[in-house]
Design a protein around this ligand. Structure first.
Ligand SMILES: [Mg+2]
Length: 367
């Protein structure tokens, strides 16, 4: 398809939004990592009444990412491989190729998948990713049960946050397709339901993808939220996700303070609570740094709410808004930035069936 949408924002700005989103997400994940399983009282005892605002050691370093970012990167790689495959072969089931990417992530967690995987290209070659960072049980068990690449809903009833935490690249792939929010919703839903079978597990991911997509298309956060609400409203089984979304938005509009508002929504171990908390924090944040600090300092899944708010505010404010003290020590910073740039410019790649860019196909083989 020609990349000539006159209504899209100038490329340099969009590139900055995507880099900002992917990097700030990883930064939020890294800030929340050491306090993921702590109560707010324990966080305050360790880091003071304002909570954590600088990296603390996690897995032997500062700025270490968790499974949330690991899986997000594999989502990006899966989508880019699907794009290459679709161009070279003319047909592709995107969700299946993404499931293939998650099986490569499973291998990095020390578990050999039942289906055969490509171990010779891409992220799986990065030694730093071969590290367990408190991976979610549902992701592990659903992927272990997968015997072939699939776009089918997992055979479980999990509403965990493992779908929403990794979905952002779905929005980034369609940054220049403002009219395809519906498709972003569908793909966000499918990419989550291959591991999470409860509607809250996958509708929260679908809604988040649509909201992030709006920001990347230079629309206000509120417009994305209204659009996600519309898409959810036509699915009767999305009611629970809708209510959590509405709760987060309402608490922000009422001006309820974070320490009262966030526990009212929940602890973010499940998808719909992660969505509600992320929206609340993004709506009340005065800037990116403030929003990420709000997002991680609560009793619950701090790295997941950190990654989600980082992604939303990184898309809104761009890479330059990320404090250098967070960016400089970030694990895999340059690899994350490279993936962001690939998500931005993939439509310009030369992928003609008989005359394609070899380096691109090496990086993202179409499988
Ligand atoms: Mg995590």
């Amino acid at each position: 398809m020609a990349d000539n949408h006159p209504e899209t924002t100038a490329p340099v700005i969009v590139r900055d939004r995507i880099r900002g989103s992917l990097l700030a997400g990883a930064v939020g994940d890294a800030l929340g990592a050491p306090i993921e399983f702590m109560s707010l009282a324990d966080i305050q005892r360790l880091y003071g009444s304002d909570g954590i605002s600088d990296y603390a050691p996690y897995h032997g370093r500062l700025g270490a990412i968790t499974d949330d970012t690991q899986m997000t990167l594999f989502t990006a790689e899966g989508l880019l491989r699907a794009y290459v495959r679709g161009n070279l072969r003319g047909i592709c089931c995107i969700t299946s190729v993404v499931s293939h990417a998650y099986l490569r992530w499973l291998k990095t967690q020390g578990i050999t998948p039942s289906a055969s995987i490509d171990e010779k290209h891409g992220l799986i070659l990065l030694r730093a990713l071969h590290s367990r960072r408190a991976p979610g049980n549902t992701c592990l068990s659903a992927l272990q049960a997968m015997t072939a690449f699939t776009d089918r809903k997992a055979d479980n009833n999990s509403k965990g946050a493992g779908g929403i935490m990794r979905v952002a690249p779905v929005a980034m792939m369609f940054h220049d397709r403002a009219d395809q929010a519906n498709y972003v919703f569908q793909l966000g839903k499918e990419s989550a339901w291959i591991t999470h079978g409860h509607p809250c597990g996958y509708y929260s991911a679908a809604a988040f993808a649509v909201i992030l997509h709006a920001l990347l298309c230079n629309e206000p956060l509120e417009v994305g939220i209204d659009r996600a609400e519309q898409f959810l409203s036509v699915n009767p089984d999305a009611d629970e996700t809708r209510r959590a979304l509405a709760r987060g938005v309402e608490l922000a509009r009422q001006g309820t303070l974070p320490r009262e508002a966030i526990p009212t929504i929940g602890e973010a171990w499940v998808g719909e609570e992660a969505l509600g908390i992320a929206l609340y924090c993004a709506l009340v944040a005065s800037d990116l740094e403030h929003g990420i600090c709000l997002a991680v300092n609560h009793s619950g899944d701090s790295d997941t709410t950190g990654i989600l708010v980082g992604q939303l505010l990184g898309a809104k404010y761009g890479e330059a808004a990320i404090p250098e003290r967070w960016l400089a020590p970030l694990e895999l910073r340059s690899e994350i930035a490279q993936l962001a740039d690939d998500l931005f410019q993939h439509r310009e790649w030369n992928l003609d069936e008989f005359d394609f860019d070899e380096a691109i196909v090496q990086r993202y083989p179409g499988r």
